[in-house]
Design a protein around this ligand. Structure first.
Ligand code: SAH
Length: 454
């Protein structure tokens, strides 16, 4: 096979990134924008020894799982890798991916893994409560906004991403009209000129409150009264601010926020826990599914009110505060100091007094507290980033020997590795349940219950 040569292949599988996988004479092809079951014509792009990458030329015979992507820019944008697949099949794909990793990387047998049905979304669209739109201009100098095309900084114009809230479009239109009337230019990454870099929009799904924060390459926002007046026409507008970012950087938000309207935050709820969300706060982007995922973690912890619980990698304490309502005491550990500030503030806001938070690495705080203060845990919950738990952290968990470990994971490969380690250390995997927080994409969350055998 030569570069640019075309060939016909059947898509048999999907890889971790959502590309279709086809085999031709033992050689493996990865083909973006295809769906399991498609027969496609593809063009060879890049070839390695045992596998290559091809691009889709034409779908010859569509898979029964293929749907027409509802978003007109699904292919260029690349944010939703699975939009051409029916939602039901997306859910099956995600479950298979987790199970395969548990069997292959975790070396568990199928009998050992009790998978409960994946928790899918009732409405797999418009589920994101947060969006960050970059501003730029097209060849004619017209102001545009949308999303960066996969791995580049070319803006794909799209003011109505179907994962975001309907208000986004209206807000972006107002911002553009305001820019035109005040002669404000969008920021240009090459020349480092122009004022408006990004618009951050957030919505409290339970409260309906809206936040807009403009990120600017300057210290002042001219005519901001006018912007505030225009934005306040939108129902639910509660917080308007700007963030100063004059650095040459890919980091979106600046460090300093200037408040223009409202209290500087919006309020939202996960379960019955209330959160104040400011432009810089971390907050789960799909609160509806977060409630299901963390609700399952809470259910697996089976708390009666007498337990001491550790929540490692606790972020702003969403799980900790959930657990605190049913436990005697909850300790949270998180590396980012601002997240812990939020966690403490949120605990106070909800009158939760039995949660205590530590700033630091889980693999340092836990062993230190165990050795010097002989801490104890009935249940340990972990919700680590993609790279999973540090070995020192897992070793300390095994030494502390809690009755239960609840593992919440956003990467099933590292989950499988860590579950194997805990299983070899004397724990049994009782339950595994996936939760879809990011419909249209390849991402999947999993929550697992492990119990101590000895
Ligand atoms: N449950 C949390 C989100 C967890 S995401 C919430 O609802 O807010 C994983 C978290 O682990 C992130 O907040 C990240 O900052 C933190 N983290 C990453 N490495 C860490 C480490 N070594 N020790 C402790 N926390 C860590």
């Amino acid at each position: 096979m030569q570069k640019n040569q075309e060939f016909t292949v059947t898509i048999e599988d999907m890889n971790e990134d959502g590309a279709g996988v086809g085999r031709l004479e033992g050689y493996i092809w990865f083909i973006k924008d295809t769906v399991i079951g498609d027969v496609v014509r593809a063009k060879a792009m890049k070839m390695k020894k045992t596998y290559g990458f091809a691009c889709l030329v034409e779908v010859l015979s569509p898979s029964s799982f293929r749907v027409k992507p509802p978003c007109p820019v699904a292919r260029q944008c690349g944010g939703c890798q699975l939009q051409a697949m029916s939602y039901e099949e997306q859910l099956r794909f995600k479950e298979r991916k987790v199970l395969n990793n548990l069997l292959r990387i975790g070396r568990f047998s199928e009998e050992e893994i009790h998978m409960l049905p994946i928790m899918g979304m009732d409405h797999p669209w418009r589920y994101r409560n947060k969006a960050q739109f970059p501003f730029g201009e097209d060849k004619e100098g017209r102001i545009i906004t949308g999303f960066y095309a996969g791995r580049t900084h070319a803006i794909i114009e799209n003011e109505d991403c179907l994962l975001g809230v309907e208000e986004n479009r209206k807000i972006l239109e107002i911002i553009k009209a305001y820019m035109v009337s005040e002669g404000i230019r969008p920021y240009n990454e090459q020349t480092h000129k122009g004022l408006l870099r990004h618009a951050l929009i957030r919505k409290g799904f339970r409260t309906g409150e809206l936040m807009v924060c403009l990120v600017i390459n300057g210290k002042k926002l001219p005519g901001s009264d006018k912007l505030v007046r225009m934005l306040c026409e939108i129902e639910g507008m509660r917080s308007i601010s700007y963030s100063i970012n004059q650095e040459k950087t890919n980091v979106i938000m600046g460090k300093e926020t200037v408040n223009l309207y409202g209290p500087g935050y919006i309020t939202d709820y996960i379960g019955n826990v209330k959160y104040q969300i400011s432009p810089l706060s971390f907050y789960q982007v799909n609160p509806v599914q977060t409630e299901k995922l963390y609700g399952t973690a809470l259910e697996y912890a089976e708390l009666t009110g007498d337990e001491t619980v550790w929540d490692l990698y606790c972020g702003i304490g969403t799980i900790s505060l959930f657990l605190a309502q049913k436990a005697k005491k909850v300790y949270g550990v998180e590396i980012v100091p601002q997240a812990i500030e939020d966690a403490r503030r949120n605990a106070a806001l909800n009158g939760i007094k039995n949660a205590e938070f530590f700033v630091g690495k889980a693999e340092e705080v836990l062993p230190r507290e165990y050795e010097s203060n002989h801490i104890y845990a009935d249940v340990i919950v972990v919700d680590p980033p993609r790279k999973g738990c540090d070995k020192v952290c897992l070793d300390t968990i095994l030494e502390m020997s809690p009755k239960k470990v609840v593992y919440v994971s956003c990467d099933s490969a590292t989950l499988a590795r860590d579950l194997r380690y805990l299983a070899d250390g004397g724990y049994r995997v009782e339950k595994v349940r996936c939760c879809d927080m990011f419909g249209g994409t390849v991402h999947v969350e999993t929550v697992c219950l492990l119990t101590r055998i000895k």
